[in-house]
Design a protein around this ligand. Structure first.
Ligand code: 5GP
Ligand code: MG
Ligand code: MG
Length: 188
């Protein structure tokens, strides 16, 4: 795969590895929410492929909605001020909500989403993330379902972007920048 220097893509997880993890998460979620009215809320845009694969393997009925966020601050540091840019349109009161996220990095985004949803009187709010970078957390986050626990590397593919590129790739890659790694973070 051609990547313009100074970036380099290295395969981290194959299609088969991702599929195995998604199957396992779907089975656990189906078991845990059996008999409940589950509302899955995907975090735009990065979760769209993960969510699509995950819900198609659930053995329980589910409703699907989305939420969007953006963070204030400059390109290299997360300001900690997260804004909800797209609100779910579903009624949230009394619902069992599962937030589906691509990756938890600092945890600030998921913290803001949990806070936003919790204020709307849901029956429960749980988090499912495809990837988690525990070494980067700045706030405590409770994650019920984690696909991969990964080191502090910037990853792309399977929905995740670098400047809106690489989301379409079916595998997950690390993207290594040879100059300033701090420029890589983005909100979605
Ligand atoms: P947070 O720092 O709030 O936990 O992460 C916010 C968002 O930044 C994530 O949901 C994701 O969209 C993006 N992000 C964090 N780490 C990475 C990464 O390694 N690769 C990509 N492509 N996006 C990331
Ligand atoms: Mg992004
Ligand atoms: Mg995300």
């Amino acid at each position: 795969m051609a990547v313009t220097p100074p970036y380099e893509l290295k395969l981290l997880y194959s299609r088969e590895q991702i599929a195995a993890v998604v199957t396992d998460l779907s089975a656990r979620i189906s078991r845990d929410f059996e008999g409940r009215d589950l509302l899955v809320i995907g975090v735009l845009k990065g979760s769209f492929i993960f969510l699509s694969d995950l819900v198609r393997e659930l053995s329980i009925p589910v409703e699907i909605d989305f939420i969007g966020t953006s963070s204030y601050g400059n390109a290299t540091t997360s300001s900690g001020h997260i804004r909800i840019t797209a609100e779910p349109t579903s009624s949230l009161a009394g619902r069992h909500i599962l937030i589906v996220e691509d990756i938890v990095d600092t945890g600030l985004c998921i913290e803001a989403i949990v806070e936003y949803l919790s204020k709307r009187d849901p029956a429960s709010v749980s988090v499912c993330t495809l990837m988690n970078k525990p070494a980067r957390h700045q706030v405590p986050v409770e994650i019920a379902y984690t696909g991969f626990t990964i080191p502090d590397k910037f990853v792309v593919g399977y929905g995740l972007d670098f400047s809106q590129r690489y989301r379409h790739l079916p595998e997950i890659f690390t993207l290594e920048e040879k100059t300033d790694a701090g420029q890589l973070a983005s909100d979605d």
